[in-house]
Write a protein that binds this ligand. Sequence first.
Ligand code: FAD
Length: 409
Amino acid sequence: MAVVGAGMAAARFAQQLAEHGADAEVTLYGGEPVGPYNRALVADVLTGLHRPADLALPTGEARVRTGNEVVALDVAGRTLRLADGSEEPYDELVLATGANPVLPPLRGLFGPRGGLRPGLHALRSLADCARIAADAATARRAVVIGGGVLGVSAARALAACGLPVEIVHQGPHLLERHLDEQAAAAVRDTLAGLGVTTYAGNRARALDGAELDGAELDGAGRVAGVRLASGYRLDADLVVLACGVRPRTGLAHGAGLPVRYGVQVDDTLACAPHTYALGDCAEHRGITHGLAAPAWEQADVLAARLSGADPGARFTGTRTLARLSAGPVQYAAFGEHAAGPGVDVLRLGDATRGTYKKLLLRGDRLLGGVLVGDLGTAGTLGRAWLDDRPAGPDPLSLLVAPPAYAVRQ
Ligand SMILES: Cc1cc2nc3c(=O)[nH]c(=O)nc-3n(C[C@H](O)[C@H](O)[C@H](O)COP(=O)(O)OP(=O)(O)OC[C@H]3O[C@@H](n4cnc5c(N)ncnc54)[C@H](O)[C@@H]3O)c2cc1C
C-alpha cells in the first residue's frame, strides 16, 4: 500500500493500521527531508518551546521514504514515479498530500529568481520555520499578512523571538471565521501586551523592495516594507504570509482523478478504484477542512476499512472545535456565533485578565460557544456540544466551574 505524503494524516493512518494489526506492507512517500511531525506545533519551534525532533509522529510499522517527491501516478497501471526517476508499484493508493500556503496577489512578492523575495516567508513546514528563525535573528521589525489562526500564531511566535510585530488583516477583526468581535478584541489586546499591533480592515497591496514605479527600491531585493491599500506603509525586514491554504492537488489532477477544490472523495474516502484521499488535500461533501482533527478522523475511518477491522466504516463529516493555544494567546470556539430568534446568549468578560466567554443556547441545547484566555472548561463544553447533550440547569457554571471530573481526580 502506498501513501503519498508523509504528514499528519499519513502518520495517523499508518499508526492506526498497525493498531488494527493489518498485515499490509505500507510505504509513506514524503517530499520533506524529515518524517511525519505535528505541523500544528511548528510555531512553537520558533518560540523555542519545542525542538523539531519533539514534534515527530509515530508511523506504526510503515516504511517512510523522505526527501523524494512523488511526481506522477499511473492509477490504471497502479504505479507511481518518484522525483529520482524510480517507479514503484502499489495495490492501494492513499493521497495525503496536504495543502500549500496561499500566496496573495501582491506586487513585489517574488525576487529576481522567481522565488519569494528574501525576507518573505510562508509558515507551513519545519524548513519554513528554520528559515524564519534564521531571518528573525537579524531582523528589526516583522509584519504578518493575515489575521487568521495561522497569522495569529505566527505573530505570537515572532514576538516571542523579540521582534515588534504588526498584523495586517483584511477582515473586520482578527479570526472572524471563529470569533465574534468582542472575543477577537480580547485576543488583539493579549497580542498587544506581547508587542503585536493589529491593523484589521486593512489590505496589503505591495511589498517594498519591489519594482514599484519601475524602480528597484531596495537594491538587495530584500523586503523592506509593506504598503497597504489605505496608503499606509509599514516598515518590515521580515514578512510572513498567512493568507490561508489551498489543497495540494496537482498530482491527483495530473492523474485524472476527480479534483474540484480538493480531491473529491465519497464517504469511504475513495476517489477512484483502489485510490483514496485524506486530510487537507481531500474534499468531502464539498468541504475541505484544513484542520488536524478531521484529518485524523478520516485516517481512522480509512484504516478501519482497509485493515478489515471495520470494512463498513464511513466518514460522514465532522463537527470541529477550533482551538489555539499559543502561550497566553488561547481560544476555543465551536458551533454558531450569531444570536437569532429563540437563542439565549450568556457572556462573561474580564478585561483585566484578558478573558471573554460566550455561550449560545436554544432551550438547554448548546448551539455554540467561544472561550478566550481561559480554556479551563473548553473540553467539557466541546464534548457537550459534540454529543448534543443538555447544558443542565445552570449553564453559566459551564463557563466558570472546573469540569466535574477534574474535581474528582
Ligand atoms: C503553522 C500551522 C499551525 C497549525 N495549527 C493547527 C491547529 O492549531 N489545529 C489544527 O487542527 N490544525 C492546525 N494546522 C493545520 C494542520 O497542520 C493540518 O490540518 C494537517 O497538517 C493536515 O495533515 P495532512 O497530512 O493532510 O497534511 P500535511 O501535514 O501538510 O502533510 C502533507 C505532506 O505531504 C507532502 N507531500 C505533498 N505532495 C507530495 C508529493 N507529491 N510527494 C511526496 N510528498 C508530498 C508534503 O510535503 C507534506 O509533508 C496548522 C498548520 C500550520 C501550518
